[in-house]
Design a protein around this ligand. Structure first.
Ligand SMILES: *Cc1c(COP(=O)(O)O)cnc(C)c1O
Length: 397
């Protein structure tokens, strides 16, 4: 037998972390790495955060899981907090981002079909989007590399260029049910939508009776410098998928919706065995305790400005390597002039700095939101050394 016990779907690197301490990871071999990947925008509070650990420990001792057959004081409490903090009136808890997006897709379809309009099922999505790896969420993305071998896709998605309002408008037809969009594309290359695009989608949705669903799985939960990124566009969605940072490392997602948008999500229409279990709710509460306040959000914005302005200065020293800096809050991308994975591997293997590659030749920086000056200084020491020592491989130039 040659297949590995772990199904070999990931190109895993040689770094094998066994312990986390605040903004660092320690490998099996004892080496320390500065973590500006944070579990791909998940570990908002870094590693080994006492508040999060304590909340999970206490809840594990009290009650871990009971199913959704029973009343949920734990779920009601976290749902109420999310409702109070956002546009939403109601919340469905999931275990992952893809499931949160699935719920958003079902909510959009059910809104029309429950209302008697069976012909409206098509969701307009945007090129280079990433919405997850389930059949519905890969179908929602135009990326062929995620489709290959898994045909046929789920019908009912139409792909339009990201940030192209005219294209979105032209794609609306009699079967259109809504839009699904990341306010800041993550995997696609840390590309923030423009103000005009987001405001325009809201206006088109209103004009045509469509729902606007946002995928804030990566940019949500304080990452962008506001609790959710939509706040910065001066609009409110009808539906929003959130996950990644919400549990700070514990698997949790949620689909948020207005009362109107959720009109089709009635008893018996959706469910999850684990979704919203007491242990997950305790983790979510601990994350919100830390991040859902003005002081913390201001810290994210100030830290983002500091990191961003130093990055902009820094890339000027290496015009052959770097092109520009973009993003929002502590979701920053440095567009490179070459394929990015080689540089990510170089930073990791030779300078103990963890980053993530994203689409469009982008070096993705999604550190824990609790970084301070010490981590930023260490980041630039490692990045400078990494840029100075990088031999651009011929094959990827
Ligand atoms: C990561 C991600 C998802 C999928 O989340 P999973 O937890 O991996 O299922 C969906 N949408 C966006 C924008 C993401 O970044």
């Amino acid at each position: 037998m040659s297949i590995t016990p772990l199904m070999p779907v990931y190109p895993r690197c040689g770094f094998r972390p066994v312990r986390g301490e605040h903004c660092h990871l320690i490998g099996e071999d004892g080496r320390r790495y500065l973590d500006f990947a944070a579990g791909i925008a998940v570990n908002l509070l870094g590693h080994s955060h006492p508040g999060l650990i304590g909340a999970i420990q206490r809840q594990a001792e009290t009650l871990m899981h009971v199913s959704n057959l029973y009343g949920s004081p734990q779920g009601e409490k976290l749902a109420q907090r999310l409702v109070d903090l956002t546009f939403a009136d109601t919340v469905f808890f999931t275990n992952s981002g893809a499931e949160a997006v699935e719920c958003a897709i079902k909510t959009v379809r059910a809104y029309h079909q429950h209302g008697g309009d069976e012909g409206r099922f098509e969701i307009i999505t945007f090129k280079n989007a990433f919405h997850g790896r389930t059949m519905a969420t890969i179908s929602a993305s135009n990326q062929d590399k995620m489709h290959k071998g898994f045909m046929p896709l789920l019908a009912g998605f139409k792909y339009v260029d990201f940030d192209d309002l005219e294209g979105a408008k032209a794609a609306i037809g009699p079967s259109t049910a809504g839009f699904l969009v990341e306010p800041v594309q993550g995997e696609g290359g840390i590309r923030p939508a423009s103000d005009a695009f987001m405001k325009g989608l809201r206006a088109l949705a209103d004009e045509h009776g469509l729902l606007l669903a946002l995928d804030e799985v990566q940019c949500g939960v304080a990452r962008s410098g506001t609790f959710y990124a939509y706040e910065q566009y001066g609009i409110e969605p009808d539906v929003l998928a959130t996950a990644k940072g919400l549990g700070g490392g514990f698997p949790i997602g949620a689909c948020l919706a207005t009362e109107k948008a959720a009109r089709g999500m009635v008893i018996g229409t959706h469910g999850s065995t684990y979704g919203g279990n007491p242990l997950a709710m305790a983790a979510g509460e601990a994350v919100l305790d830390a991040v859902a306040n003005d002081e913390f959000l201001a810290h994210v914005r100030v830290t983002s400005e500091r990191l961003r302005s130093r990055l902009e200065q820094f890339i000027g020293n290496y015009p052959d390597l770097f092109e520009l800096v973009r993003g929002k809050g502590l979701m920053l991308g440095v567009k490179m002039k070459m394929e990015t994975r080689g540089f990510v591997a170089h930073l990791r293997d030779n300078h103990q700095l963890l980053t993530v590659a994203a689409g469009d030749n982008t070096l993705r920086l999604v550190p824990p939101l609790v970084i301070g000056d010490a981590e930023i200084d260490e980041f630039f020491e490692k990045l400078s050394a990494g840029a100075a020592s990088y031999d651009v491989p011929e094959t990827v130039q």
